[in-house]
Design a protein around this ligand. Structure first.
Ligand SMILES: NC(=O)c1ccc[n+]([C@@H]2O[C@H](COP(=O)([O-])OP(=O)(O)OC[C@H]3O[C@@H](n4cnc5c(N)ncnc54)[C@H](OP(=O)(O)O)[C@@H]3O)[C@@H](O)[C@H]2O)c1
Length: 162
């Protein structure tokens, strides 16, 4: 099983600003819709999505791309449709898991050495406060590649050191 994520954070490590504000994220260039920063390629390498209950609440009404149709599980301590408990993540019947977010879930998975790969996009905005991506993390990643993809965003491919 491989568990990986594709996520953007501010220069100071926040995946959302105050009150879940996502306006620091670059929007797609309407003149260059081909440039999705590798998202479709990444998405098609996965066979299911997991996300934290807060990310689910915030993103459930966001528009979807035509290809976005993977089975989705919401990690929560509550019961609900497609909800799973954190301790059952390794039991889901899929092999290539896309962790959509957010920081609480990703930090837990990193600390439990369950995240293998991170496609990390660093936006050169300092938010000062918000939802951190890395919380109480003490683990090393290797840099597989780096690429500046916009004048205000750099992509790092990271792999957990085994
Ligand atoms: N920049 C980006 O690319 C990006 C991507 C995704 C999300 N986001 C943003 O991230 C924010 C949400 O992130 P967040 O860190 O606040 O919350 P989150 O990780 O999305 O969800 C937290 C909730 O998930 C459940 N959960 C997660 N890990 C758990 C664990 N180890 N054990 C038990 N339950 C666990 C709990 O649900 P219960 O409380 O129900 O038990 C917990 O309250 C939103 O603003 C969203 O828009 C940004």
């Amino acid at each position: 099983m491989t568990i990986k994520t594709f996520i953007a954070m501010s220069l100071d490590g926040y995946i959302a600003g105050k009150e879940d504000d996502l306006s620091f994220l670059p929007t797609e260039d309407p003149n260059n819709l081909e440039n999705d920063f590798g998202y479709r390629f990444f998405y098609e390498s996965c066979d299911c999505i997991i996300m934290g209950r807060r990310t689910y609440e915030i993103t459930k009404d966001f528009p979807k791309q035509s290809f976005e149709n993977l089975p989705t599980y919401i990690v929560s301590s509550e019961d609900g449709e497609n909800f799973i408990n954190y301790k059952n993540i390794l039991n889901i019947p899929h092999q290539n898991i896309y962790v959509l977010g957010g920081g609480v879930l990703i930090s837990s998975l990193i600390n439990d050495k369950l995240i293998d790969d991170i496609e990390l996009f660093i936006v050169s905005t300092v938010l000062g406060e918000g939802i951190p991506l890395f919380k109480d993390i003490h683990i090393e990643f290797e840099v597989i590649s780096t690429k500046q993809v916009l004048n205000n965003m750099t992509h790092l491919s990271l792999r957990r050191k085994k």
